[in-house]
Design a protein around this ligand. Structure first.
Ligand SMILES: NC(=O)c1ccc[n+]([C@@H]2O[C@H](COP(=O)([O-])OP(=O)(O)OC[C@H]3O[C@@H](n4cnc5c(N)ncnc54)[C@H](OP(=O)(O)O)[C@@H]3O)[C@@H](O)[C@H]2O)c1
Length: 1060
């Protein structure tokens, strides 16, 4: 991390000692301090993005400490069998010293690692405190998220008690409580919001100057007070609160307790804190909030006691997760057992990547109640947006330092979005004016900023910065553009921001705009700090300015500022932009008219077209998407638009790489890590005379030690077009193949890559793919021949729909075919790069387990082929490319995570149904079971059902399965060959032959059912699984809703589908 980045994220520096934290710190450093002070054995597991995220303070204190004899600290990576290391150490310690019943060891881990601890911790006898950051990753949005459900499910299955802080103020005391509980042998998990707690700087609560609660002392006193040496959770909790004066009860009520109509139930640190802050601002409504501090054990009685009699609606704010009904079912149970049937209980479900902000909370509350929302004015918010690699990234930290010296209470939250603009940094600063010691007032997403400063103008093109500005707020934009402070120049600049009319109007009516000429070096931060204080009406601006450079002479400040205020910035008069708005309105009006005319000509629009149009409308997000804890490490060209540059520009870029920030990357795909692997073997597994080409390809990964994969994961392959086909096309199109062009990157079209035209058509563009309707439509503008034009126009008209479908789905015309069919359409080379869709990465389930094959990846693939109307043999682009790879050839690949995981315990049975090449991931699973057995684990039953066309030609991995059966790994093989006899035999028939064994495995022994292959058999196989459940229910004499049972299995990851 660069010095500027370190300062940007923590202006007050890392605490030097665990005993005394600085005036401002992160809640995570407070948790680290309480652990460091009270626990001797610390086992820390690394997180993604920032490995030391959860334990960096502990590590630095240990490195600084002189005497570390009484502390044991070790770092680990999360892997299968995690937890065995700590257990081994603890056991050896228990044997070697006189056992102290109050010795506590702690494991610090992100929540996504917990399933790997299952085996170790289910047998642990020692007092192990789990410190868990609720961290996970949302694959779809690419964001880092808080995930509580993985931890809650884990804790529930191993009988751990769970504590989660509901305000920054209590993180220290709650951590101390968790240590005390562990000292009394109570299995405890301290579960907290690792994202906000690591990236927010708060005023250190006064009680945190050292470990606020003397855990040693409290434990001693408590051991005299409790009734038995093994007291209950409730007894320790109650006595702890009595002894320390802390009020850490299971639940916390805020808001109207007299006669509320609606009560919200919240769980999660940020969620609870935001709802409680809302209540502090709006205390007179008919709303109450119950925040859950101790979700496990969920105390039904204490919960019900907090629901006032007047309550009509109870709303649980619940994170949408496929397996998190634990709290919800406890709330339902409480209402049921205590006869509160009249209460209407609902949940408000939010996605794991939902961006919580004060506005979001007030919207949710007002959507359920009639509570009028008073605008909060107790704090002021400010937002800063910069490029994440900028030297000015620390601007807001300098403001934070200066503002905190004025006796204000400040709060700083920083975020990294590695994707937006190839890396965007955001800092949110708030000042609590009332000084009412509400440092519980966590900020995560300010949605009403007084001032926003934009360092990099291009951010405005991707983010709706105006949406988070207050009415009459100020937007400060720094620009490197060389413009004069004259109206024309300003108009051009604002026009260049490409704001919609709505936003332009908003800018004129509600927002003050200040444009600052970008100044280099320290001057950037000096000028922006000065403008900031000027807007706030500060008195002595010069004295407030913080400067990093020790060489800088502060006496120069007044003259720098005088010059800047006179020459380098301009406050735009709102009126002066009204002409621009009028002009834009006019442009839009004209555009509309043109569109209307066009629409009249073409009255009937199909629904599909409308959908396509809607899809194209881009709504800019208001908040950055937090994807990482660190800046994006790849260096990319700063301005990344998809405009194709002309060749002179490109050669300039390529000749002056440094000035243009050009970088050679393996694949410049941002979120996905790519590796080069080598083909080790590639062999057809179906006979030569058989019409299906199925092959097993193995890659050598010994040169890429960072390439790690788990069972069930898939390998993403960047397939290429056939060189000869590309050459033929270039010849037809009269291109040499050596022209240099910029093409959008396949995974992120905001990034451009320089390629020769040959390379681009071979590696980037889906030249032999099926063009969508839009392509036909775009060609119309290029048609020089009237006949071509008319034919294309017909094709995209409603009347041409049948012909178009024939082109696409019967003839399978490719882009090349269409360009040949309409030879008068000759888009330029650079136009072709935008008209032709990019080649997509294809994914194949990995057929090997890395434990058994540490330096290999195996795949099993069928070459997709068919014969088109013209009798040409056609192939699936990717499968054909991979089948043609030669031994030793290199290839770019990436690993795609998967939902397919083994059950937490090796004893739980697995039942696998693989269709055709869908068998691939099951070879990995069986190999993993072999590994478990070889490592002394007792393994549960393994059922393998496989379905393919013919035994002779397609008994895929057949010999291997038989060998695993002989070795006692596979319990039973159910093979169905559908076309070996007149009637179809499918795997569901084989499953039904073993109903009795399968119901024991699936229901009594908590088995998991996996299905992999094509999508169409899913309903039939699901029905077979329902038959298993029904048979079991009949035997037990109970009635079950079979559909609900399937949903339940899916939710608890026991029915896992990998179909495509
Ligand atoms: N390679 C991988 O890593 C991987 C991973 C996951 C998924 N996939 C997908 O798996 C598929 C594999 O294709 P494939 O060509 O190998 O499969 P396939 O041969 O077309 O089908 C496999 C077997 O399933 C049978 N089947 C058809 N309908 C069924 C039904 N309703 N219930 C039960 N069985 C039924 C087929 O019988 P009949 O045809 O005789 O009726 C055949 O015996 C591809 O779509 C691929 O995308 C592949």
């Amino acid at each position: 991390m660069s010095a500027a980045t370190a300062l940007a994220t923590n202006p007050f520096g890392s605490p030097k000692s665990s005993k005394e934290l600085p005036a401002y710190s992160t809640p995570l450093s407070i948790i680290n301090s309480a652990i460091y002070e009270n626990v001797n054995n610390i086992f820390a597991y690394n997180s993604f993005s920032n490995p030391e995220l959860l334990h960096s303070y502990i590590k630095s204190w240990l490195q600084n400490a002189n005497n570390t004899d009484d502390k044991f600290f070790k770092e680990f990576d999360i892997r299968s069998g995690a937890g065995l290391g700590p257990l081994g150490f603890i056991k050896s310690q228990q044997n070697s010293v006189i056992a102290n019943p109050h010795t506590v060891s702690t494991i610090i881990t992100p929540s996504y690692g917990l399933p790997f601890f299952y085996d170790a911790l289910s047998s642990a006898k020692a007092n192990i405190l789990l410190n868990v950051g609720a961290l996970n990753y949302n694959q779809e949005s690419g964001s880092i998220i808080n995930d509580y459900s993985t931890s809650l499910n884990f804790a529930s299955s191993l009988n751990y008690n769970v504590l989660t802080p509901i305000s920054n103020n209590e993180v220290s005391n709650l951590t101390s409580l968790s240590v005390v509980l562990s000292k009394f042998g109570l299995k405890t998990m301290n579960l907290f919001d690792s994202i906000n707690y690591s990236n927010t700087i708060i005023k250190t609560p006064s009680s945190c100057s050292a470990s606020p609660i003397n855990v040693q002392d409290v434990t001693l006193k408590l051991s005299k007070l409790v009734s038995t040496p093994n007291p209950s959770f409730n007894e320790v909790l109650e006595k702890f609160n009595e002894l320390t004066g802390a009020k850490l009860h299971n639940f916390h009520y805020s808001g109207n307790f007299e006669n509320p109509k609606t009560v919200f139930v919240t769980y999660g640190s940020l969620e609870s804190q935001l709802f409680n802050s809302f209540m502090e601002e709006n205390s007179n409504g008919d709303v109450g909030i119950i925040s859950i501090r101790i979700p496990l054990p969920f105390d039904l009685e204490k919960f019900i006691a907090l629901i006032p009699n007047s309550t009509k609606n109870l709303i649980f704010i619940n994170q949408k997760a496929n397996n998190s009904n634990l709290i919800k079912s406890n709330i339902s149970a409480a209402l049921f057992y205590f006869n509160r049937h009249s209460i209407n209980f609902t949940e408000y479900l939010y996605d794991s990547n939902f961006i919580w902000s004060p506005n979001a909370v007030s919207k949710i509350i007002s959507s359920f109640t009639s509570t009028s929302i008073a605008a909060s004015n107790s704090s002021q918010g400010f937002i800063y947006y910069s490029n994440d690699k900028s030297e000015n990234i620390d601007l807001f930290s300098k403001l934070a330092i200066s503002l905190s010296e004025d006796n204000n209470e400040i709060n700083l939250r920083t975020k990294f979005d590695n994707i937006l603009n190839a890396g965007t940094f955001q800092a949110q600063l708030s000042i609590n004016n009332n000084n009412n010691n509400r440092n519980g007032n966590i900020i995560s997403n300010i949605d009403t900023a007084e001032i926003s400063i934009v360092e990099d103008v291009s951010i405005l093109k991707n983010l709706n910065v105006l949406n988070t500005l207050k009415q009459n707020g100020t937007l400060i934009i720094n620009t490197k553009e060389n413009f004069e402070f004259v109206q024309d120049s300003i108009d051009t600049f604002v026009k260049g921001l490409n704001l919609s009319l709505n936003l332009l109007n908003q800018l004129i009516e509600n927002i003050k705009l200040i444009i600052v000429k970008y100044s280099d070096g320290e001057n950037f931060s000096i000028v922006n700090q000065a403008v900031f204080y000027k807007i706030l009406g500060a008195q002595d601006i010069v004295s407030k300015i913080v400067i990093n450079d020790p060489e800088f002479d502060r006496d120069d400040l007044p003259s720098i500022l005088e010059k800047a205020f006179a020459e380098d910035l301009i406050e735009i008069e709102n009126d002066s932009l009204s002409n621009l708005v009028k002009q834009t309105e006019l442009d839009i009006e004209n555009e509309k008219k043109e569109q209307e005319q066009e629409q009249e000509q073409e009255k009937e629009k199909t629904e599909q077209e409308e959908e396509e149009q809607q899809e194209e409308e881009i709504i800019l997000p208001s908040f950055v998407n937090e994807t990482s804890f660190v800046p994006n490490t790849s260096t990319l060209p700063k301005e990344t638009t998809t405009n194709i540059s002309n060749s002179t520009e490109i050669s300039k870029i390529l000749s002056f790489k440094e000035s243009y920030g050009v970088n050679h990357l393996l694949r410049p795909d941002l979120p996905i890590k790519n590796f080069i692997v080598k083909v080790k073997s590639n062999k057809r597994v179906t006979p030569e005379d058989y019409d299906r080409y199925i092959f097993e390809i193995n890659f050598d990964i010994s040169n890429t030690p960072d390439l790690k994969y788990d069972i069930g994961e898939a390998l993403g392959i960047h397939a290429e077009n056939n060189s000869q086909d590309v050459q033929e096309f270039l010849q037809f199109y009269n291109l040499s193949g050596n022209e240099i062009i910029m093409v959008p990157n396949k995974d992120n079209n905001k990034i451009l890559e320089a390629r020769t035209s040959f390379q681009a058509f071979k590696e980037n563009l889906d030249l032999f793919g099926k063009p969508p309707k839009r392509f036909y439509e775009s060609l119309i503008d290029y048609a020089e021949d009237e006949e071509d034009k008319t034919k294309l126009q017909e094709l995209i008209s409603p009347a041409g729909a049948v012909d178009l479908k024939r082109y696409q789905d019967v003839e399978f015309y490719t882009y090349v075919d269409i360009l040949k069919l309409y030879p008068s359409c000759k888009p330029s080379l650079s136009d072709l790069t935008t008209l032709i869709a990019p080649l997509k990465r294809r994914e194949y389930s990995i057929a090997s387990s890395q434990r058994v094959h540490p330096t290999e990846i195996h795949l099993l693939i069928v070459v997709v082929d068919w014969v088109d109307n013209q009798g040409r043999k056609r192939f699936g682009q990717a499968s054909k490319f991979i089948s043609d790879l030669k031994v030793g050839q290199e290839l770019v690949v990436s690993v795609k995570p998967s939902v397919m995981k083994l059950p937490p315990s090796p004893l739980q049975p697995v039942i696998m149904s693989g269709l055709g090449t869908g068998l691939a991931p099951f070879k990995a699973i069986v190999e993993e079971k072999l590994w478990q057995k070889q490592h002394g684990m007792e393994i549960g039953e393994v059922y393998l059902y496989m379905g393919s066309r013919h035994r002779r030609e397609e008994y895929l991995f057949g010999e291997l399965w038989e060998a695993y059966k002989d070795a006692g790994i596979i319990t039973h093989i159910g093979a169905a060959f559908s076309r070996d006899q007149p009637e179809k035999i499918y795997i569901q028939d084989r499953i039904r032959e073993n109903l009795s064994d399968l119901k024991t495995a699936m229901i009594d022994k908590n088995g998991s059912f996996y299905l992999c292959g094509p999508t169409w058999p899913v309903p039939d196989i699901t029905k077979a699984l329902q038959d298993i459940i029904e048979a079991d229910a009949k035997e037990k004499g109970i009635k079950v809703d079979l559909n609900a049972a399937i949903e339940e299995l899916k939710e608890s990851s026991r029915y896992i589908l990998e179909v495509y």
